[in-house]
Design a protein around this ligand. Structure first.
Ligand code: UT7
Length: 329
């Protein structure tokens, strides 16, 4: 039994903030941001969302699309999942939840009317979606559950220190979702790998939200240290997931979208061409736990991924955690 991705969905706020917009409020410019990061603009959840529902509403948008896409599959492809009430579990990967509790996953379970589903959140920052996939894979592989809705959602704009131009220009808000379903066919997750390089508490951190009110403790990052870690560890974990000699079978490496230079460096180290590394950081910036599922959904919508394609997802970030998932789509 394997866990197959049967559908995807993504949702970002309408409001975009360009590099030129940022240059009006801080000492930065479009040229610096583009050449150092590859980012052109990002989507930000501002007044269009009630403050206490930003993450929930972004996630809800992504989940609705994933469910719609799963239910719209041809009858012949429907095995374990026929309709939304077949969902057994909702797992949300987020580091920026609207509430400490209830979990965003529980709010989604109610709003989506998933009558029999259990629900919980997980937190592993930019590696969160990879971690959630590995948990969902284990549940399905062991036969505990058949259908799991996995969501990556983050509202990083909540944690931005607008006086720190080194981090403020990098992040955006968004959500991506995927439905994993038990399959006895060829498709499914082949291997998941999760690691932590440890001692990242000074390199990239944000105090828990309940501290922010008093001291406005926002995100802080040692950019160079995180950059070096990402460039060193991402190729390693991809090789571990793909095992020796399998890289040429991979159609796309869907990497966490943190910096185009990180993606280019990983491509170079793996000696794999850049056209195997799709990127949309230009339009979204770094959306943390949402970046991999948003990229995946975009490729699916554009018809660039077909059943049977070998894919490798890789994430890295605060922790310093990193991980990869190898799968046949
Ligand atoms: O999701 C995972 C977590 N995050 C990451 O993966 C981020 C990893 N790190 C990075 O992507 C890069 O380190 C950054 C994009 C954050 C920074 O790029 P860098 O090439 O390491 O730049 P830097 O921090 O060394 O800064 C170079 C210069 C500095 O000026 P001086 O000291 O050389 O005069 C900075 O003050 O650029 C300056 N600078 C800026 N200038 C214009 C820093 N931020 C900005 C800015 N606009 N926004």
């Amino acid at each position: 039994m394997t866990a197959e991705i049967i559908s995807t969905g993504a949702y970002v706020p309408e409001k975009t903030v360009t590099n030129d917009d940022l240059a009006k409020v801080m000492d930065t410019n479009d040229e610096w941001i583009r050449t150092r990061t590859g980012i052109g603009e990002r989507h930000i959840a501002d007044e269009e969302f009630p403050a206490e529902e930003k993450g929930f509403l972004l996630a809800l948008g992504a989940c609705r699309k994933a469910i719609e896409n799963a239910e719209a599959r041809p009858e012949g492809e429907k095995a374990s999942f026929r309709e939304k009430n077949d969902i057994d579990l909702v797992i949300v990967a987020t580091s920026t939840p609207d509430f400490s509790f209830p979990a965003t996953a529980c709010r989604l379970q109610e709003a989506l009317g998933l009558e029999r589903a259990g629900a919980f959140d997980m937190s592993l920052a930019c590696t969160g979606f990879i971690a959630a996939l590995s948990v969902a894979d284990a549940y399905i592989r062991s036969g505990v559950y058949k259908n799991i809705l996995v969501v990556g959602v983050d509202v990083l704009s909540r944690l931005i220190d607008w006086s720190d131009r080194g981090t403020a220009v990098l992040f955006g808000d968004g959500a991506g979702a995927a439905i994993l379903s038990a399959s006895s066919g060829e498709s499914g997750i082949i291997k998941t790998v999760l690691h932590s390089a440890g001692s990242g508490d000074k390199a990239l951190y944000s105090k828990a939200m309940y501290f922010n009110e008093a001291d406005k403790a926002c995100m802080a990052m040692d950019g160079k240290r995180v950059y070096d870690f990402a460039v060193r560890k991402t190729p390693e974990v991809i090789r571990e997931a793909a095992e020796a000699g399998k890289c040429e079978e991979i159609k796309y490496y869907i990497l966490h979208q943190a910096n185009i230079r990180i993606i280019e460096a990983v491509s170079k180290r793996l000696k794999e061409p850049m056209d195997k590394f799709p990127h949309n950081i230009e339009r979204y910036g770094n959306t943390s736990g949402a970046s991999i599922p948003i990229m995946l959904d975009e490729l699916v919508r554009e018809g660039k991924i077909s059943r049977g394609d070998m894919l490798c997802f890789a994430g890295f970030g605060a922790g310093l955690a990193y991980g990869a998932v190898l799968l046949k789509y």
